[in-house]
Design a protein around this ligand. Structure first.
Ligand code: NAP
Ligand code: MG
Length: 400
């Protein structure tokens, strides 16, 4: 069989620990035998980031802007313990954060559904795609502790330093805490654009929620900007039988729980942080959650939503058998290859990506899976078998 031709390369970002092991195995077993794989390779493994003073991460993001499609392996975000473990020069920032800043992108997280893997909420039959506005709010807030007798104000000054507005937050008669946070309306608008574009691409309705009854100015502005942007997309949504709804966050949660899924849920930063973990857990395993970063000008970076699976990596290093789920990492590759194929008009590449996805799901549906999925699997007449990391990849390879 001649190998499938790739017209344009995609950006390949290698990573750390167990997912780095998976990365090499996936390429060797499932991709290289079939595809004339063209990538611009960037090693985002922690040692390489340290050696290049994190320049490699910036280069990988710039390459993504140029080539339009990237696939990324999970990477360590260093903390104090990692600085010691790897003898780092500095506590480098999260590569995902750096890439997101450079691409000014929005992250969409989506579960991969297989027959037999039942969500904890049995009503959910379709994926819920969660979009998180990843700018501002409490994540770049200032907060202070206040002493008894102190007063906290919100003050707005003009450029010359004249006080334009001053509001008392609280006069503390007891010890307390106070916080100031902000957001930017163009950032909310570009988030809204990203959500509507992606929803149209995927054929999903859009739900956006805030708490404008309580936070009248702050969340009120979010609501207003989102509704304004929505007007641009409503005709296209309606034409496809889709809808857009703004509602209060508590009502949104109730609607999501009662829904069958098949919704794009646009969340404010904090709601997205909390709800993405809730949605991921409710669908089953982190090993089945994929993630794509989409920039406003249509650049795509695909990855698994989970981390580097450190606990499994330490077992692997000791020579013990592991059972690490490679599904989300495989789907990061198929997502990127499919997008590359769509952009370049290479149908064979699109078809191959879909075949690889089917082969992966059909292994699970036939009862061959990694340990994380065993307790979630319920399919009549199929007894699930726990496979090692390698055996699961072989089960897919056979079907492919
Ligand atoms: P994690 O790597 O997602 O793993 C947490 C736990 O979830 C694992 O110990 C495992 O549970 C389970 N799990 C996750 N993915 C799995 C898979 N593919 N197959 C089977 N089980 C899976 O999160 P973490 O341990 O908190 O973080 C590890 C490192 O990843 C950190 O250094 C963090 O900075 C980094 N991280 C990177 C990204 C990214 O690059 N996007 C995202 C998150 C975290 P059991 O141990 O119970 O089997
Ligand atoms: Mg979270």
């Amino acid at each position: 069989m001649p190998k499938i031709f790739m017209k344009t390369p995609l950006v390949e970002m290698d990573g750390d620990e167990m997912t780095r092991i998976l990365w090499a195995k996936i390429k060797e077993k499932l991709l290289l035998p079939y595809i004339d794989l063209k990538t611009e390779y960037f090693d985002l493994g922690l040692s390489q980031r340290d050696k290049t003073e994190d320049e490699i991460t910036v280069e990988a993001a710039e390459a993504t802007k140029r080539l339009g499609v990237a696939v990324k392996c999970a990477t360590i975000t260093p903390n104090a313990q990692r600085v010691e473990e790897y003898g780092l020069h500095k506590m480098w920032k999260s590569p995902n954060g750096t890439i997101r800043r450079i691409l000014d992108g929005t992250v969409f997280r989506e579960p991969i559904l297989a027959k037999g893997i039942l969500p904890y909420l049995p009503a959910w039959k379709q994926p819920i795609v969660l979009a998180r506005h990843a700018y501002g709010d409490v994540y770049s807030a200032v907060d202070l502790t206040a002493k008894k007798g102190e007063r906290a104000y919100l003050v707005l000054e003009d450029e010359a330093g004249n006080v334009r507005k001053k509001e008392l937050v609280h006069a503390f008669e007891e010890e307390g805490v106070v916080q100031g946070m902000h957001n930017l309306l163009p950032s909310v608008a570009s988030f809204a654009h990203a959500c509507f574009r992606y929803a149209l691409e995927r054929g999903l309705p859009v739900l956006f929620a805030a708490k404008d009854t309580i936070s009248k100015q702050y969340d009120g502005a979010f609501k207003q900007v989102f509704n304004e942007v929505a007007k641009e997309y409503l005709p296209a949504l309606e034409e496809r039988g889709l809808w857009y709804l703004y509602t209060l966050i508590d009502d949104a949660v109730a609607r999501i729980v009662r829904s069958e899924g098949g919704i794009l849920w646009a969340c404010k930063n904090y709601d997205g942080d909390v709800m993405s973990d809730m949605v991921a857990t409710a669908y089953g395993s982190l090993g089945m959650m994929k993630s794509v970063l989409v920039s406003p000008d249509g650049k795509y970076e695909y990855e698994a939503a989970h981390g580097t699976v450190t606990r499994h990596y330490y077992k692997y290093l000791k020579g013990e058998e592991t059972s690490t789920n490679s599904v989300a990492t495989i789907f990061a590759w198929t997502g990127a290859l499919k997008k590359r194929g769509e952009i370049d008009g290479t149908e064979e590449l699109v078809a191959f990506s879909e075949r690889l996805e089917r082969a992966t799901l059909s292994a699970i549906e036939a009862g061959e899976m990694t340990g994380d999925l065993i307790p979630l699997f319920h399919r009549e007449g199929v007894c699930p078998k726990k496979l090692s990391t390698d055996d699961f990849l072989s089960a897919i390879e056979q079907r492919l």
